[in-house]
Design a protein around this ligand. Structure first.
Ligand code: IPM
Ligand code: MG
Length: 373
């Protein structure tokens, strides 16, 4: 009998809403390329999330979909949301499906790299000398804080007034485990962590600062640690972004600061993310950009953020680092070759469609890494 070293990988594929299915089609090309050029075989379990899931199941994330995700090696997601679901009940909105996925899969660590590719430096609204070579990693706490805290709700006060309540709450273990992720990642990078909160006005922020300080002293005093108020961080990101290496912060500040950091790069269509839980459990990988309903179905979307998210899945969930490197190198090659989707178009470049971008990437992979039979 011949030995078979082929590794079988189970992926849950959730294209979601808007441009999700178009960009996911390009990820499929990369998956096929890997199957032809490496001893890998992928089984894809496709399902719905967000508005498309609501239309099909009456829920933005069906239980059966969640089970598929939990049973997979990694989940590759497109995006959720769109105006056609604006009037759907709050807890059935497309976003609620994504939040449930994060919570139920215990994905407490959201990694959002903001990298300025040399070929795209002019895409940033900031001066090239401010953003050149930028490489920041935002580590956002993803299953706690004001997104999930109780009590929450809208209450009728009976006198013509209403009251809206959300609760910002963190416990030691939540701060500890996200801090650990940030310090560990910093060690593999430039060895610096900036921890952001509002310890000057919020008790939960004071606790955050104290727990991060304790963790640092106990286990990571070889990593440089700096504390910064979140508003100051927002300002410093624009003033001098290259002072940052890893930024660790809570769910809400992380939501805001990661959008800001993303725009430093000028190209939301390029940015991947990973949401991770305990080691060994499947992660969810999705682009930072939204579902972009305004351009859905027109072949204008940039598939590279989702393809780079897939590369993060190879790196963080599937332990296929050299395959992840190959994809990331090929993305750099594609950017240099001058074919661009509308979001990153520049003078002297040729505008190409979503699927042409996918083809260009496959071509770049072939040029550099095709297995010679
Ligand atoms: C994000 C998004 C989500 C969030 C929405 C879609 C629920 O903005 O992933 O940053 O607020 O976390
Ligand atoms: Mg956001």
């Amino acid at each position: 009998m011949t030995q078979n070293y082929t590794q079988d990988i189970n992926l849950a594929i959730l294209p979601g809403d808007g441009i999700g299915s178009e960009v996911m089609a390009e990820v499929r090309k990369v998956i096929s390329w890997l199957e032809s050029n490496h001893a890998l075989s992928f089984t894809l379990h496709e399902d719905d999330i967000g508005g498309t899931a609501y239309d099909r199941y009456g829920e933005p994330l069906a239980d059966s979909t969640l089970e598929k995700c939990k049973a997979s090696d990694a989940v590759i997601m497109g995006s959720v949301g769109g105006p056609q679901w604006d009037n759907v009940d709050y807890n059935k909105r497309p976003e609620a499906g994504l939040l449930r996925l994060r919570k139920e899969m215990e994905l407490f660590a959201n990694l959002r790299p903001a990298i300025v590719f040399d070929a795209l430096i002019d895409a940033s609204t900031l001066k090239p000398e401010i953003v050149k070579g930028l490489d920041i990693l935002i580590v956002r706490e993803l299953t706690g804080g004001v997104y999930f805290g109780e009590p929450r709700g809208i209450e009728d006060l009976g006198n013509g007034q209403r009251r809206g309540v959300n609760t910002q709450v963190y416990e030691t273990y939540e701060i500890d485990r996200i801090g650990r992720v940030a310090f560990d990642l910093a060690k593999k990078r430039r060895n610096k962590v900036t921890s952001c909160e509002k310890a000057n006005v919020m008790e939960s922020g004071k606790l955050w600062r104290e727990e991060i300080t304790k963790l640092h002293a106990a286990e990571f005093n070889d990593v440089e640690l700096e504390h910064m108020y979140a508003d100051n961080c927002a300002m410093q990101l624009l003033r001098n972004p290259s002072q940052f290496d890893v930024i660790v912060t809570d769910n809400l500040f992380g939501d805001i600061l990661s959008d800001e950091a993303a725009m430093l790069t000028g190209s939301l269509g390029m940015l991947p993310s990973a949401s991770l839980g305990e080691t060994g459990k499947p992660g969810v990988y999705e682009p930072v950009h939204g579902s972009a309903p305004d351009i859905a179905g027109q072949g204008k979307a940039n598939p590279l953020a989702t393809i780079l998210s897939f590369a993060m899945a190879l790196r963080y969930s599937l332990n296929l680092r050299s395959e992840a490197d190959e994809i990331e190198f090929a993305v750099q090659d594609v950017l240099k070759s001058g074919g661009r989707t509308p979001d990153i178009i520049a003078e002297g470049c040729q505008q190409i469609s979503t699927s042409q971008m996918g083809d260009a990437l496959i071509n770049a992979l072939d040029q550099r890494f095709k297995k010679v039979a």
